[in-house]
Design a protein around this ligand. Structure first.
Ligand code: AMP
Length: 401
């Protein structure tokens, strides 16, 4: 199946060729015709499936085909994080570069000045996070009365991050006559309820659950003592000639420590986590994407949804407490048909986390026995009793990221 078969217009086909896309991903194959038919859509898909293009391409086509495009915002994409908002806006820029359709992105944590200036120039497509959008609606800089298409992206994360009330408030500002596209990786009852209230006879599209995405990623595991993790990381980065890697640590402090060690070894690295300002995070991300940085060290919250084309290696420097997080982390590689390598470090203290991950994925991660920093027999500490560990882990999870 080619993009041409989806009856896309020439300016979009040209842009997709420039992006190097040849074949639509399954969610694109299913969604694009439905959106072009102006159907409401309920999409069960997560980042990494090509879902951004699945809604961005038909929206650009619909707006481009309007003979007389009236001024005003005609499509709104609501997404939970700044990083996702920027990436979605970049996708509209890439796929729409030959269409002349204007787009802008607004998100919190930075001055509103440039965003307001962009809005004043006039935009057809607005990408926004909920808080800043409500702010600018309140100040009279955003008017959604001309809206034709509303996309709610990552609805389940909106819920997780406590944005659901803001989302509901945004919805009260939208015209009731509109096309709605609703995307969520999971469909818990509260999300289903929200979708039911927003969509009219939606077409349903569902793609690859996360566990099968994981199948094409080459996973390996190194048993290593906690103090030897930095040396093992340096060893692997050098030995395997890894071009670029995303390294996950459990804590912000841990991320900074790894960066320090890498820099001392003259490896260009930066951290992205909640303590870094928005500009520092954005710079680190774009430097990594452009190849200026070899390693990006991240905590899970900061890395939510970050999308790096052709990322080949993901390190679980620390194993996550929540097994699903392992799937999310390694899903950053092996995207859109590319190969990916996921390397996990497991210290004797992390055997419980490893057991939980392997239980959830129903497979054992292949262990690399031969490496310079093996765990010495007898180092394994006694397994702690389950209840106190759980309490401690919860506290850790919420207070230290
Ligand atoms: P998304 O799920 O929207 O975050 O997209 C995941 C990644 O796949 C992004 O880096 C896109 O640039 C890339 N991508 C999306 N669609 C295609 C396609 N049809 N062919 C190749 N890469 C794609």
């Amino acid at each position: 199946m080619s993009f041409k078969k989806l009856e896309l217009i020439e300016p979009i086909l040209q842009a997709l060729t420039a992006e190097g896309y040849t074949t639509p991903t399954p969610i694109q194959q299913q969604s694009i015709p439905l959106v072009l038919e102006r159907r409401d859509l309920l999409g069960c898909a997560q980042t990494g499936t090509g879902k951004t293009a699945a809604f961005a391409i038909p929206i650009l086509q619909i707006l481009h085909q309007q003979k007389q495009r009236k001024p005003g915002i005609k499509a709104l994409i609501l997404t939970p994080t700044r990083e996702l908002a920027i990436q979605i806006d970049e996708s509209f820029a890439a796929y729409g570069k030959f269409t002349g359709i204007r787009h802008a992105v607004i998100f919190g944590g930075v001055s509103q000045l440039h965003q307001v200036n962009a809005l004043k120039k006039g935009v057809d497509i607005l990408v926004a996070t909920p808080g800043r959008l409500l702010d600018l609606i309140g100040q009279g800089f955003v008017d959604l009365q001309r809206l034709e298409i509303f996309v709610l992206d990552e609805a389940d994360r909106m819920l997780d991050m406590g944005f659901i009330h803001d989302v509901k408030r945004v919805i009260t500002h939208l015209p009731s006559q509109r096309q709605t596209l609703f995307f969520s990786a999971t469909m818990v009852p509260e999300i289903q309820k929200l979708a039911n209230g927003l969509l009219t006879r939606p077409a349903k599209v569902e793609v690859t659950p996360p566990t099968s995405t994981v199948d094409k990623i080459e996973q390996t595991l190194y048993h290593v003592g906690k103090p030897d993790k930095p040396a093992l990381l340096l060893h692997l980065l050098e030995e395997a000639h890894i071009p670029g890697a995303l390294v996950f640590t459990r804590t912000k402090h841990g991320a900074d420590k790894v960066v320090k060690i890498l820099r001392r070894a003259h490896i260009l690295a930066a951290a992205i986590h909640g303590n870094k300002g928005q500009t520092a995070r954005q710079t680190a991300l774009s430097d990594f994407k452009s190849g200026k940085l070899k390693v990006l060290v991240a905590t899970d919250i900061a890395a939510r949804g970050i999308d790096i084309d052709e990322l080949t290696h993901v390190f679980n420097y620390d194993l996550p407490d929540v097994p699903e997080t392992y799937i999310h982390r390694i899903g950053r590689t092996g995207r859109a048909g590319n190969a990916g390598v996921a390397i996990a470090f497991c210290s004797p203290e992390e055997r419980i986390q490893l057991r939980d991950i392997e239980k959830m994925t129903s497979r054992n991660i292949p262990v690399v026995e031969e490496h310079p920093f093996p765990v010495i027999a007898g180092m394994v500490p006694p397994q702690p009793a389950p209840t106190p560990v759980k309490k401690k882990r919860m506290k850790f999870r919420y207070s230290n990221r």
